[in-house]
Write a protein that binds this ligand. Structure first.
Ligand code: ADP
Length: 666
């Protein structure tokens, strides 16, 4: 507002100047002119003019000035003989000036109070407008007398219209409206709090939390009205509802899960109790810190740690607790239905073998192994060691050891019986072997003994000639000596087989052995018009076998071939080819082919069976013995006919490198 008339003139810096001027005029008039009148009563004008718009300090200063000036005039004019009238005038003037100063002070305080109130009202207004919730006020009858702008912002309705028409509760959800109105009538004078849904500016219902507190008349204590607020708690209410739904779903799921668990527990318990397999559950949690400590200390094993810290394992064992054992377990250990087993956890069995179960559990824990199986003994009630096969499952998180046991006493007894039976079988077998060996011996010795007889006759003939044919006789004598040595070797080997059951195997040079064998069989082969031809493609034709055994194989197969050649209907010379080749897996393959009539297909399968022969003089043991020898050294033997028509006996034998590797691998 613009300052008006005289106020405008007297505004600003002009007022103090004018006041000072006026004060000067009054002072001079009072001093010099010497009216016998109360000129000094005009000082309040100076005071009003000077301090009218100033603050508290200005009023004080102007008051002090207006009080001082009449006193000075009075002293200078009337002293030292002041008259009573002058003193009265002074007193009057001072009283009027002081009163004016007091009035000005009072006016200032009033103005300050008004300003403070206006400022606080403004703050309150701003607060009410800016606070993000509805604020309202009603009179004692519940009529709305105030609504802050947030009402409009939230509901989209005009606050003024709501006040005029008193219909704001129409924005409430129909289900909540009655509840809200009932609260008005029923709740009395206590503070009220209610959740209601109100339509928002977008037409959607939102949850509001309404608070209402009574406003009482400070003097009479009667109800003067209500103050209240409405807070938008839609997000919270919906979140709470969702959480409630979720909780309900969770509870349902938990109930279902619990039921499923209960059923499975029931099934498990039934299985656990009724199974024939013994079952025990142990809690290792008290032992675990000790086991961990040993591992952390870098111990290589529990036993090593125990050696360094006597009594360590005993302490660990004391930390194992038997949680439960099923009926089969109790019965197996001889406790019947008693649960006495549950208290002494794993007493050591007398005369048990292998590590005891608690130690096995501790070691599994130490090594971090979750599954262990094997056999051990458990202590029976009578202290007897019960042999069992066990499976241990360790659950490291819960330090739980679940162990299953099967009583293997019967199997152990059966095993012992089997060992006894095997022993008597071995004795019977050895007797049978001796029988077979004597047959084989007769077969093997047959040829060299016959050769001996023939060669002795031959030598006699060479010596009886005139002159005696010494060179030929000596050559035959050499062959005779060779056959004699072979007979001795066969006897030695047979004896070795009888004593040890095995003949020594060693690397043998096939070429050398074949040379030797062909020299031995020279007479037999030439007698049957058979010629031997060896073809070896191996650089190092060595095989692992027993010398006499392999020679026996060659003698058998070569003589069979020579027999076959001799039996050819047309007669004539025949060829026996020995082919030595490399075979897979570091084996050597030896094929012995002849150009005899071959083997009848129906005989092929029976060839290696003992006593199978098609020859009048045959024993049917030769190929059977050959197979035994070849297989003993890890080879295979088979028979067939080659494309040329004759028979072909094939066998394989390991070469030294393969054997070395096999030994290394083993
Ligand atoms: P034996 O020579 O005493 O008959 P073998 O076990 O050595 O016993 O041989 C069994 C049978 O296999 C022989 O009777 C013969 O029928 C057959 N056989 C073996 N080698 C040949 C071959 N090279 N040619 C034809 N038949 C053979």
């Amino acid at each position: 507002m613009a300052p008006r008339g005289a106020e405008r003139i007297l505004s600003g810096a002009a007022r103090p100047v004018l006041a000072l001027l006026l004060a000067g005029i009054i002072f001079v008039t009072d001093e010099k002119v010497g009216f016998h009148a109360a000129v000094s009563v005009l000082y309040p004008l100076v005071l009003v003019l000077g301090a009218g718009r100033s603050g508290r300090r200005g009023i004080h200063a102007w008051t002090a000035l207006c009080l001082a000036l009449p006193v000075i005039s009075f002293i200078s004019v009337h002293m030292p003989r002041p008259g009573a009238e002058a003193a009265l005038r002074l007193t009057f003037a001072l009283a009027v000036t002081g009163l004016t100063g007091a009035l000005l002070n009072g006016r200032l305080r009033l103005r300050e109070a008004r300003d403070a109130r206006a400022s606080s009202e403004e703050t309150l207004r701003q607060f009410a407008e800016l606070i993000p919730q509805i604020l309202f006020r009603t009179d004692a009858g519940g009529r709305l007398t105030y609504l802050n702008p947030w009402f409009t912002r939230l509901t989209g309705r005009s606050a003024g219209e709501a006040l005029a028409r008193q219909h704001w509760h129409e924005a409430l959800h129909p289900e909540d409206r009655d509840r809200y109105l009932r609260l008005h009538t029923e709740a009395g004078l206590s503070p009220q709090r209610i959740h209601v849904r109100a339509r928002d500016s977008a037409g959607q219902y939102r949850w509001l939390l309404l608070h209402r507190r009574p406003r009482l008349d400070p003097v009479t204590g009667a109800l003067a009205g209500w103050y209240g607020s409405g807070i938008d708690v839609d997000a919270e209410v919906r979140a709470a509802a969702e959480i409630r739904d979720l909780n309900a779903r969770l509870e349902r799921l938990a109930a279902q899960r619990e039921e499923a668990l209960r059923r499975s527990e029931h099934r498990f318990r039934a299985l656990f109790d009724d199974l024939n397999i013994a079952f025990a559950e142990h809690d290792l949690s008290a032992a675990k810190p000790l086991v961990d400590a040993a591992r952390d200390a870098g111990a290589g094993s529990l036993a090593a740690h125990d050696a360094a810290h006597p009594g360590y394992i005993a302490r660990c064992l004391a930390g194992i607790r038997l949680v439960s054992a099923n009926r089969a377990m109790l019965q197996m250990l001889g406790y019947g239905e008693e649960t006495g087993l549950l208290s002494p956890a794993w007493p050591a069995p007398r005369g048990g073998r292998g590590a005891q179960m608690p130690l096995i559990q501790l070691e599994a824990l130490f090594d971090g192994r979750c599954h262990v199986s094997g056999s051990t003994t458990l202590p029976g009630r009578d202290g007897r060691a019960l042999p069992v096969a066990f499976g241990l499952n360790l659950i490291p998180e819960s330090c739980t050891a679940l162990s299953t046991f099967i009583d293997i006493s019967e199997q152990e007894a059966a095993h012992a019986a089997m060992l006894a039976a095997q022993s008597s079988l071995a004795r019977a077998g050895r007797a049978a072997t001796m029988g077979a060996l004597s047959t084989s011996l007769a077969h093997e010795l047959n040829q060299p003994v016959q050769a001996l007889t023939t060669e002795i006759d031959t030598i006699r003939r060479w010596l009886q000639r005139d002159p005696p044919e010494m060179a030929r006789a000596l050559r035959t004598l050499d062959r005779l000596a060779g056959n004699g040595a072979r007979i001795a070797a066969i006897m030695r080997r047979t004896r070795a087989q009888l004593v040890t059951g095995e003949a020594p195997a060693m690397p043998l040079d096939l070429r050398a052995l074949l040379r030797e064998t062909s020299a031995l069989l020279e007479g037999d082969l030439s007698h049957r018009s058979a010629r031997l031809q060896v073809e070896c493609t191996l650089d190092d034709p060595q095989v692992i076998a027993d010398r006499i055994g392999l020679q026996q194989v060659f003698v058998n197969v070569l003589l069979n071939a020579a027999e076959a050649i001799a039996a050819r209907p047309g007669g004539g010379h025949g060829l026996i080819r020995v082919l030595v080749r490399e075979a897979p897996d570091d084996m050597a393959c030896i094929r012995i082919r002849d150009d005899g009539p071959g083997i009848a297909p129906q005989h092929l399968e029976k060839l290696f069976e003992p006593f199978f022969t098609t020859r009048a003089q045959g024993m049917g043991m030769g190929l059977h013995i050959c197979r035994g020898i070849i297989e003993r050294f890890g080879g295979t033997i088979s028979a067939g006919n080659h494309v040329g028509g004759g028979a072909e006996i094939r066998f394989t034998l390991p070469r030294p490198r393969a054997r070395a590797c096999a030994e290394h691998a083993a």
